[in-house]
Design a protein around this ligand. Structure first.
Ligand code: FAD
Length: 416
């Protein structure tokens, strides 16, 4: 069913009786050409691009909980491509470009809002490194603009601009094409489009093991609903990637941490851009409902508990109030966490694993929402063709052996 203004009018006139479910709830078949573990954005996008780009439709996505209930439905929805190294710039800008046409492509409004993202410079050192960063982006063909102190104040008037502030704002830099998108809509849009191509989405189905042939190659998965065979299997399980890798008999350089976020009560429009302060770790945007969406640093002890610790909640709030003191009058509405898959160089892993027929997309850590379209595109490519997509070539697991790491966090001083 195609969504349109006309369909909306028809729905209103007929009491909403003609709406059909956005995706099916099928029974699992005993065999598929490709199985994807993880019904988050990356897994669902992989299924969609397998069908759309490669004509591979005999696909199932296996999700142990509900679709989009992992980090995809828990993140702070920021999309951007302001990366320093050419490899990352290419990868993330490809993703942002896919986002720019995704609502039309999926016939599902993902509410992309390119309201710009400002990074605050709190010291002369920050100004120097941001100039280097913005120059690198421009050389990579990506929009970046240095801002004076005054330009920052004009764009975010509620910011603490006093020179005596604990974190004075000396300037900043902006990517105008950055912004936010509705996270649930991204998952739902890909799910609906993949389902329409014939992909089976199996919710409440947990992978508990792998079946292998005599040569050790993966031939399928074991689940709490029985065994399912497949020619190839892809893992897109974010914080649980290393758990699945262990089940398959190999180790990943991934540590899982809780990353938390929170929202205030809704207020009238007060902030029409995304503000990120690498110095304090805090970042803030205002949702379409009016809530201030706050995030900051990781809970720095490995955990699978999707809550986050009180100490970090407190430090996120303290950091936010240091840059936006007026927000101290807001009441906190909700706080939650997701389990993110952090690797040493804060760059993703997309490609083959040491186990034949098993492929993986992980390591996005605190920043993989923006990478969903390209993560799906490139994992689908390797699953369908057996060859790495050219964008994913630098992001192979082998880089942890060769030492050719792409350390964006260290280079740019930012983790989101
Ligand atoms: C608080 C927070 C804020 C963030 N903010 C941003 C941001 O602003 N911008 C940004 O770009 N990124 C952000 N991120 C990161 C981003 O959310 C993730 O990188 C991205 O959503 C990962 O998507 P995914 O599809 O790989 O993982 P998920 O959405 O986590 O999906 C993986 C799925 O695998 C399933 N699974 C796990 N084990 C099994 C199993 N054994 N069997 C079957 N299914 C299994 C899980 O249930 C889960 O649904 C944030 C993350 C958090 C937690």
């Amino acid at each position: 069913m195609k969504y349109s203004a006309l369909a909306l009018v028809r729905g209103a006139l007929t009491g909403g009786r003609h709406w059909t479910p956005a995706w099916r709830f099928p029974e699992a078949k005993s065999r598929y050409q490709v199985l994807i573990i993880g019904g988050g954005g990356h897994g669902l996008a992989t299924a969609y691009y397998l069908a759309k780009n490669h004509g591979v439709r005999d696909v199932a996505v296996i999700e142990r909980g509900w679709l989009g209930g992992g980090n995809t439905g828990r993140n702070t929805t920021i999309v951007r491509s302001n990366y320093l190294f050419p490899e990352s710039a290419r990868l993330y800008d490809f993703s942002l470009k896919l986002y720019e046409s995704l609502s039309r492509e999926l016939n599902f409004n993902i509410m992309l809002s390119q309201r710009g993202l400002i990074l605050l410079a709190h010291s002369r050192h920050d100004l120097d490194s941001m100039a280097r960063w913005a120059n690198a982006m421009q050389m990579n063909g990506i929009d970046a603009q240095l801002l004076t102190r005054r330009q920052v104040a004009e764009r975010a008037p509620l910011l603490e601009m006093s020179p005596q502030a604990r974190f004075p704002v000396l300037g900043g830099f902006m990517q105008r094409r950055a912004g936010t998108a509705r996270h649930d809509a991204v998952a739902w849009g890909y799910a609906r489009a993949a389902d329409a191509c014939g992909v089976d989405i199996l919710q409440n189905c947990e992978v508990t093991g792998f079946t292998r042939d005599a040569h050790g190659a993966v031939t399928g998965v074991l689940t709490n609903r029985g065994a399912i065979a497949a020619e190839r299997v892809g893992i897109a399980a974010a914080g649980h990637s290393s758990v699945l890798a262990k089940l398959a008999g190999f180790a990943l350089p991934v540590t899982s941490y809780a990353l938390q976020a929170m929202v205030s009560e809704p207020v009238k429009p007060a902030l029409d851009t995304v503000v990120l302060s690498p110095g304090t770790g805090a970042y803030v945007s205002q949702s379409d409902k009016g809530e201030m969406v706050l995030g900051a640093s990781l809970d720095l002890f490995p955990s699978y508990a999707q809550r986050g610790s009180f100490a970090i909640t407190q430090s996120v709030l303290a950091a936010t109030l240091a840059i936006f003191p007026t927000f101290s009058r807001l009441r906190l509405l909700r706080q939650w966490a997701g389990i993110v898959d952090v690797v040493h160089d804060s760059s993703p892993i997309i490609g083959a694993t040491p186990v034949p027929n098993l492929y993986i997309n992980c390591g996005w850590g605190t920043g993989g929402f923006k990478g969903i379209p390209v993560g799906g595109w490139t994992l689908a490519h390797v699953l369908a063709t057996g060859k790495n997509h050219e964008l994913a070539e630098p992001f192979q697991l082998a880089r942890f052996v060769s030492g050719r790491l792409i350390d964006e966090a260290a280079a740019a001083g930012i983790a989101h």
